[in-house]
Design a protein around this ligand. Structure first.
Ligand SMILES: Cc1cc2nc3c(=O)[nH]c(=O)nc-3n(C[C@H](O)[C@H](O)[C@H](O)COP(=O)(O)OP(=O)(O)OC[C@H]3O[C@@H](n4cnc5c(N)ncnc54)[C@H](O)[C@@H]3O)c2cc1C
Length: 393
């Protein structure tokens, strides 16, 4: 069941959606369809390879990077068309393309800040030939990226020598290229004196060590840099001004990218109603499931409000709440499912049933891309205009 609400509010948007639906009818065959009860961010195994194959089909059909400008291989879609694209693909049961970090974060950043040589890397993002990872977080620098210690030292010949460690790098074990934030200035901490680089993940001195999570997957990794040599043209944007480049990247992660999560959230909410309808479920557990389902609809409609505001040239607070709402809502959905499944709660991975894995994976969804606490701080300061939180002295 789904509440009616439509993003296709103009003839142009209806035409866009109809063209996409017709294309999906022809190309989204059963072999590609996403399991509605699987982790949409899973980075391993058959599901990952299926997503890679699906991205190639999208690419061949001209339906990848739809929000990128046409001159960079995209479709030059408006935000409304992009939102409609994500929602229509999700409703049809399409999996997410595999190169999520490249498509929604690194690509748009290189389009804005990259040199022509760096922009030459864009076509391979679209075709899934090169998979990208994001190398920001470190063991002592997650929420506070101003504490980054990985250092890039400029050599007399213009090249850079990089040493340090990153952690929680999604797609690290499969990535070909990384988008690195490292310290180049003299100050030991702070946001000035950071710079962004493109890194070959197979370069001598780069070691990627996969981190196995509690659900059994190796979604992310530790990455060690031992005097890794980067060419002079690996620098993205201005030296020591990497924070303005990185905030652009994080902005994409916290706004448009989350629209891709609407479809999976709706699938989980519908499946939860299915569990709640089974015999023997208590009225209070049934209430809990219905409350979660209603909140999933609120999440989706809030996403639409954000898109509608953007079409009208403004920013809705709804856009900024989406990331936080997604993490908290999904976590609660799986906790409710686990209560409804009683003794089976932590049984992992039946053929079609991934409730146990999702319950474990969703703990990370309130952490990655900025923890819930950090999202709340941002909402307070940027949207509600509250005083900035005091810094430790
Ligand atoms: C699934 C997943 C995928 C990820 N993928 C990537 C990736 O691809 N690339 C990458 O670079 N990183 C990635 N990360 C790392 C992620 O960005 C960090 O885990 C996150 O920023 C938190 O940093 P931390 O783990 O060091 O926790 P800490 O920053 O040490 O925080 C610990 C606790 O303190 C709280 N806290 C910290 N500061 C404040 C504050 N100012 N106010 C209130 N509370 C605060 C936090 O909310 C948290 O509860 C990923 C993480 C996860 C879980």
């Amino acid at each position: 069941m789904q509440l009616r609400a439509d993003l296709a509010t103009t003839p142009a948007l209806v035409a866009f959606r109809d063209e996409l639906r017709a294309w999906l009818d022809r190309h989204l065959t059963e072999e590609f369809k996403a399991n509605p009860l699987a982790d949409p961010t899973g980075a391993e195994g058959d599901a990952f390879e299926r997503r890679r194959a699906w991205q190639r089909v999208l690419h061949d059909g001209g339906w990848i990077g739809v929000h990128w400008p046409a001159e960079y291989g995209g479709r030059g879609a408006t935000l409304a068309e992009y939102a409609l694209f994500l929602v229509t693909c999700g409703e049809a049961g399409a999996p997410e393309p595999v190169n999520t970090i490249g498509l929604s974060m690194v690509g748009p950043t290189l389009i804005e800040h990259g040199t022509p040589q760096q922009q030459a890397l864009l076509p391979a993002i679209l075709s899934a030939e090169t998979i990208w990872c994001q190398l920001f977080s470190e063991p002592e620098a997650g929420s506070d990226l101003g504490a980054i210690r990985t250092r890039a030292r400029k050599q007399p010949d213009g090249r850079w020598h990089v040493s340090g460690q990153k952690v929680w790098t999604s797609l690290g074990p499969t990535a070909d290229l990384g988008f690195l934030l490292a310290r180049t200035g003299d100050a030991p901490s702070g946001f000035r004196g950071l710079s962004c680089f493109v890194v070959d993940m197979h370069a001598p001195g780069v070691t990627v060590r996969g981190l196995r999570q509690m659900g059994g997957q190796t979604h992310f990794s530790e990455v060690f840099f031992d005097d890794v040599v980067l060419p002079a043209d690996a620098l993205v944007g201005q030296e020591d001004d990497g924070w303005s480049v990185a905030t652009n990247t994080l902005g994409h992660e916290r706004t448009t990218a989350i629209l891709a999560r609407h479809a999976s959230t709706m699938s989980y909410a519908s499946a939860l109603l299915g569990l709640a309808g089974r015999p023997g479920v208590t009225p209070s557990d049934r209430d809990r499931a219905v409350t979660d389902w209603i909140e999933a609809q609120v999440f989706r409609l809030n996403g639409y409000r954000g898109v509608a505001a953007a079409i009208g040239g403004s920013t809705s607070p709804a856009t900024w709440t989406q990331r936080m709402q997604w993490g908290l809502l999904n976590r609660r959905l799986f906790e409710t499912a686990s209560a409804l499944r009683d003794g089976d709660a932590l049984l992992l991975d039946g053929e079609d049933d991934h409730w146990g894995t999702l319950l474990l994976a969703s703990r990370g969804w309130t952490i990655g891309g900025g923890t819930t606490e950090i999202q709340r701080n941002m909402l307070g300061e940027k949207i509600l205009g509250l005083p900035r939180e005091p810094k430790p002295v």
